[in-house]
Design a protein around this ligand. Structure first.
Ligand SMILES: O=c1ccn([C@@H]2O[C@H](COP(=O)(O)O)[C@@H](O)[C@H]2O)c(=O)[nH]1
Length: 242
């Protein structure tokens, strides 16, 4: 983790899963002063495109562009070069795309004047054992995630996305990788479609560098209050982890 990352707000990424730029930017405004990092995923990027990312960057926010590339190596390398013009701080690709794809992505990123941090998505936090078995993977989610995380690191990918349940083992096995965990659910929050989850405090204790939170903030009656409560939980856990 970067030494500059000392404040709870540097470790919380709010997922802007909204249908258009107007809805997303209204929420950004509502969280002004609380949130530094926003994640732009497929839904919003397909609707609002590059201009939304540019607006967030112009306003001084850090952007995690979560497009989860998964294609042949040449196509993924070109996609990395293309979206890196927007200067996102983080960018995702699926580790299951394999070593040739990940190496091509890492080389493409390294060739750029401003290298985005590439994150390999290991096993989606919405997948449990049954889901994994149904796509032909016999391993347990944690074992498969670790296997893919090691492969990603060997291919020069500096970060990974995994469940907070797996963060501790990941940190132990790959101490220099940046660990980003979605699947965060404060104690009272609805779980929804997520399967491998933990509270903000548990994720910090397990060694997650960044926590991604969407619905527990944006589907709360008062998103700013929900974000504040999560920041306080992170702060408490950081205090007791030091
Ligand atoms: O394994 C993964 C990878 C990405 N995500 C993304 O994180 C957020 C989580 O949103 P919640 O509303 O807090 O569940 C969402 O944008 C996903 O696309 C993930 O959940 N799991």
């Amino acid at each position: 983790m970067s030494p500059a990352m000392t404040a709870p707000r540097d470790r919380l990424i709010a997922a802007l899963d909204f249908p258009d730029a107007q809805a997303a930017l209204e929420e950004v405004l509502r969280l002004e002063g609380l949130i530094q990092w926003f994640k732009v995923g497929l839904e919003l990027y397909l609707s609002a495109g590059a201009s939304l990312v540019e607006k967030l960057k112009d306003q001084g926010y850090s952007v995690f562009l979560d497009l989860k590339f998964h294609d042949i190596p040449n196509t993924v390398a070109a996609a990395v070069r293309s979206v890196s013009k927007l200067e996102p701080e983080m960018l995702t690709l699926h580790a299951s795309g394999g070593p040739a794809m990940m190496r091509a992505a890492a080389e493409a990123a390294a060739s750029l004047p401003r290298t985005p941090r590439l994150l390999a998505v290991t096993v989606l936090t919405s997948m449990d054992q049954a889901q994994l078995t149904s796509v032909g993977v016999a391993d347990a989610p944690a074992g498969q995630a670790l296997k893919l995380a090691r492969l990603a690191a060997e291919c020069g990918i500096g970060g990974l996305v995994c469940s907070p349940e797996e963060a501790q083992e990941m940190k132990h096995a790959l101490p220099s990788s940046c660990i980003v965990t979605p699947g965060i659910r404060p104690a009272e929050a609805a779980v929804g479609d997520q399967k491998r989850i933990a509270t903000p405090a548990a994720a910090i204790h397990a060694g997650a560098d960044y926590l991604v939170v969407g619905r527990p903030i944006f589907r709360a009656n008062d998103p700013a209050r929900a974000a504040q409560a999560i920041l306080e939980e992170i702060a408490g856990a950081m205090g007791s982890t030091k």
